[in-house]
Design a protein around this ligand. Structure first.
Ligand code: COI
Length: 360
C-alpha cells in the first residue's frame, strides 16, 4: 500500500447515512492522480485530498472530448472484508478504451494498484447496507492546451470514489425501456466499443425523449439497419425467449460489459443455453406478443442485473412477465450479488480483497 505517496485531507467530509445513498452524488475524501507527457511517459502517481482540478479553458478535452472512463465497485462483505469485483478485467477494458481513443498505452499494473490503494485509504467510506457499494470511477482526460484537433501529448489520470445505492430510482424493480428508431448510439468503426465521454453525451437526447414518453432508458438499435438490438447505453441487454438467452454479440458497437461477461459465464455454468447473436426488435416484439418472451434484463456495473418490465417500440408496449422480475433474472441478480458480498463461493475468482492499511 505504501507504494504511492499520500497526502491526507485535514478536513474529512461528513459521511452520508447508507439509506440515503443514490448514485454518484457524494464523493469521498481522497483521489488518485497521475500525469502523462510524451517522451516522459506516465509519472507522479499520488493520492491527494479530493478537490477541483484546475484546467486552462483551451484544454483539449473540454473541446474535443478525448476522454475515457470506467466504472467498478467495491463491496463490504458480510464478513467485513472489502472486495473489488473483477478489477483486472476493468483495468484491461480501460486500456482498450485508451487505445480506441488514440491515447498512449496505460501502465495497467499501476492503474490496477491505484484501485486498491485509494479504496484502502478511503475504506471507511465503503457503505455497510445491503445493496450499497463504493463506486470507483477511473478517468483519463487529454490535457494539451491547444485548439487544434489532434491526439493530445499530455494526459491526466484520476480516480475518484463515490458511495452508491441503486442506479435506477426504481431500485431492483422492473424498468420501462423504449427501443428507439430515432436515436442511434454507435456504428461499426465508431466509438461504441470504447467507454468514452462522447458516447454518453450523445445519449442524452434519446434519454430525454424516452423520459418524456414515460420510459426509464433507451434501447438502441444498430445504426445501419435500425433493426438489431445493440445496448441500453448504461447497460448491456439480454432477452430470454423460451429457454434461450440471447444477447447482442461484441461486434464493435457495444461495450464489452464486465457484468455481461459474468452473467454469460454463470448461465453457461448452470447449463443454460446462451447465444451471443444478432436479434431484431421485430423478433423480440413478436415474442412479446405471443408470450415466448419470458424475461428481459440489463447488465452493468451500476445497474447490476436490472429487470425490464415493459418494452416499448413504435407506439406499442409489451409487458414482460406481467411487469415483474423474472425467475432467471432474480437468480442471476442473487448470484452476482452473493459473489459481490462474499456470501457465495466465488468459483471463478472474480473478487479481490482489498488490504486496508492499519491507519486508513
Ligand atoms: C457503469 O455501469 O459503470 C456505467 O458506466 C454506467 C453509467 C453510470 C455511465
Amino acid at each position: 500500500m505504501g507504494q504511492f505517496p499520500i497526502t491526507r485531507t485535514t478536513s474529512p467530509a461528513q459521511k452520508p447515512a447508507d439509506d440515503t445513498l443514490a448514485f454518484g452524488k457524494v464523493l469521498t475524501d481522497h483521489m488518485f492522480l497521475m500525469n502523462y507527457e510524451e517522451g516522459k511517459g506516465w509519472f507522479d502517481p499520488r493520492i491527494v485530498p479530493y478537490g477541483p482540478l484546475s484546467l486552462d479553458p483551451a484544454t483539449s478535452v473540454l473541446h474535443y472530448g478525448q476522454a475515457i472512463f470506467d466504472g467498478l465497485k467495491a463491496f463490504r462483505g458480510d464478513d467485513g472484508q472489502i472486495r473489488l469485483f473483477r478489477p483486472d478485467r476493468h483495468a484491461q477494458r480501460f486500456d482498450r478504451s485508451a487505445r480506441l481513443m488514440s491515447m498512449p498505452a496505460l501502465p495497467v499494473d499501476i492503474i490496477r494498484a491505484s484501485f486498491d490503494a485509494l479504496v484502502g485509504v478511503d475504506a471507511d467510506w465503503v457503505p455497510h447496507k445491503a445493496g450499497t457499494s463504493l463506486y470507483l470511477r477511473p478517468t483519463i482526460i487529454a490535457t494539451d492546451v491547444m485548439l487544434g484537433v489532434h491526439p493530445s501529448h499530455s494526459y491526466l489520470y484520476f480516480l475518484i470514489l463515490s458511495p452508491v445505492g441503486g442506479y435506477y430510482k426504481e431500485g431492483v424493480k422492473p424498468v420501462r425501456i423504449l427501443a428507439s428508431d430515432a436515436h442511434v448510439r454507435a456504428v461499426k468503426g465508431g466509438t461504441g466499443e470504447a467507454k468514452t465521454a462522447a458516447n454518453y453525451a450523445q445519449s442524452l437526447a434519446g434519454q430525454q425523449d424516452a423520459a418524456a414518453q414515460g420510459y426509464t432508458q433507451v434501447l438502441y438499435l444498430d445504426g445501419v439497419h435500425r433493426k438489431y438490438l445493440d445496448e441500453v447505453g448504461t447497460m448491456n441487454i439480454m432477452v430470454r425467449i423460451g429457454d434461450e438467452v440471447i444477447t447482442p454479440p461484441l461486434a464493435g458497437t457495444i461495450l464489452d460489459g464486465v457484468t455481461r461477461a459474468s452473467v454469460i459465464q454463470l448461465l453457461q455454468d448452470w447449463g443454460l443455453k446462451v447465444s451471443e447473436r444478432q436479434i431484431s426488435i421485430d423478433e423480440v416484439m413478436a415474442a412479446g406478443r405471443d408470450g415466448t418472451l419470458k424475461e428481459m434484463w440489463g447488465t452493468g456495473t451500476a445497474a447490476v442485473v436490472s429487470p425490464v418490465g415493459t418494452l416499448g417500440y413504435k407506439g406499442e408496449d409489451v409487458l414482460i412477465n406481467k411487469g415483474e422480475t423474472g425467475e432467471l433474472t432474480q437468480r442471476l441478480y442473487d448470484a452476482i450479488v452473493g459473489i459481490h458480498y462474499g456470501r457465495t463461493n466465488d468459483a471463478h475468482g472474480w473478487t479481490s480483497v482489498v488490504k486496508v492499511p492499519a491507519i486508513a
